[in-house]
Design a protein around this ligand. Sequence first.
Ligand SMILES: [Zn+2]
Length: 208
Amino acid sequence: MDLEPVLTWWLLKEFTHIIDQANLLSDVMACETSTNKLVLINVMIFIWRARRKRIPVLIELDKRGIYMGSTQSPVCDDYLESIDHVLFLCSFAKDIWVRIFNWWGAILPPNLSFERLLDGAGQTISSPMTKDRWKAVIWIACYYIWHHRNEVVFNNINKGAAVVSNEIQIKSYEWIYNRSNKSCFDWLPWLSSPQAIGGPNANRCGIG
Ligand SMILES: [Zn+2]
């Protein structure tokens, strides 16, 4: 067995962990200006770093003189691995976004990016509360797409887009539920019509 690739990826995992710990405090302080009260702090930090290209994707490591044997996307092996590729352009990420947009009854726009998503691309939401939930789902989806990438790289586990998108639905419900008016936020409406919960045509708690 060739131990060199195993050792190299193990070192990358350790390196990533050390950098994460070292940057945690400063990033927590810095990302306070861009918060989303419906998601966990580690999701906020991830988004803050990703928007500033501070996630250890292979081309960013390569720019810093750390070559991992390839700069191709470990998920699709078709393109260079940038953060935009991982989160928006990779075939796996696109599959996730199609599912998320279908779930929310939204039209998936071309050329996705943080800016386009956070500007509400493809959405027609008018309720501020629903906008906050949509933004939380976007952030959580980015976080889980990156988590899936790491599962592929470090544990050789590829769960597929259907499973990961289901995890995003469950986790976003769990996190938003715990930070919302619980009596007005149920699982089945969340699965079937998340845009309609608490919207302008809704009754007191449920779906209009
Ligand atoms: Zn890819």
